[in-house]
Design a protein around this ligand. Sequence first.
Ligand code: HEC
Ligand code: HEC
Ligand code: HEC
Ligand code: HEC
Length: 240
Amino acid sequence: MKKLVVMMTLALGAGSFGVAHATIVGSVHDFSDNISVLGGNVAFDENSATGWNGRKEICRVCHVPHDHARASQRYLNGLLWNHGVSSATYTMYNNAWSSTLNGTQSAQPDGTAKLCLGCHDGSVGVDTFDKYAGGVVFANQYSPDAKVTNFTDGTNIDLRGTHPLSIQFPAGDTQFRDPTSATWANGGTVASTLDNGKVQCSTCHDVHNQESVAGTHLLRTGQTAATGTASGLCLTCHIK
Ligand code: HEC
Ligand code: HEC
Ligand code: HEC
Ligand code: HEC
């Protein structure tokens, strides 16, 4: 069976150029098209009069191989981070609402969640990277569907309506599948997508991937019969 799957994957890969192994190239997070932002704030562009990512690189908007001391030590966020992060104070999921919440939740979003929120909370410009001051916040550009509901304008930074974040996956909790054996659609384990043992944005979403099926929001496992199984993402972790 395993051999068959490998052979099918190879056949797919050969026949359909990259479809079997979708990557960030051409995805919503590939800004190398250097498109001009809605609102037209393009003053910080290096080489082009009409876009904001004049170098037309993909990774550089988020990571840089060498820090050039152009901004305030963004690399301290780890992963050679090259994008602005938010200094906002968030209202976290309220663990007093539940008697069943066993994992320890950080007082504020931390780890890789801070990196996603550096664009998705609407308080930092998407174009705040490298030496550019930026300033065009998320809410003013791109598709409205790409905003985290009720969490979009940089002032409403309330995470109480969002799945618990920066929360330890509770060890040995019988309400959950074992993260070292539960797997996502691509075969990777849930554990491999935890960040120091915590559930973060990137546990559920793959920022380096394409939305191969419309409406799946870069989820690691589809949520509908058309994209996986009904509530397949939730049931990968929760035993319900
Ligand atoms: C829109 C921002 C963004 C872009 C663009 C981006 N990354 Fe990332 N990258 C992240 C975030 C956020 C994380 C941490 C969360 C995670 O691991 O998924 C990360 C993690 C990583 C990691 C370490 C963990 C892992 O998943 O392997 C590597 C390596 C990496 N990125 C390489 C790249 C490369 C190479 C490119 C360009 C081809 C790239 N990234 C483009 C945001 C980005
Ligand atoms: C990566 C694994 C994972 C996925 C996927 C996941 N959850 Fe969770 N969920 C958790 C963890 C861990 C907690 C915190 C549990 C704890 O601390 O006891 C949690 C907490 C919750 C809570 C709060 C429980 C309480 O006691 O207050 C709800 C409700 C919930 N999840 C629903 C969902 C839904 C609905 C989905 C699908 C959209 C989902 N979860 C997807 C891991 C996951
Ligand atoms: C550099 C800014 C930036 C960072 C950092 C970033 N994003 Fe995004 N993200 C965007 C933009 C801009 C879009 C919308 C693109 C569009 O509409 O064409 C987007 C789109 C998305 C979407 C698709 C929403 C939809 O329409 O379904 C998801 C999901 C997402 N991001 C999750 C994440 C996660 C998770 C992280 C961190 C691991 C992250 N993003 C980091 C800028 C960013
Ligand atoms: C427990 C899994 C889980 C976590 C953690 C999570 N998301 Fe999501 N996210 C989802 C699901 C499921 C959807 C699809 C919701 C729908 O269809 O209504 C979604 C949708 C989105 C969308 C599309 C717009 C929307 O609101 O429907 C964006 C953007 C997004 N998430 C970004 C993030 C960011 C940024 C974080 C961290 C701050 C995060 N997500 C954390 C599961 C998660």
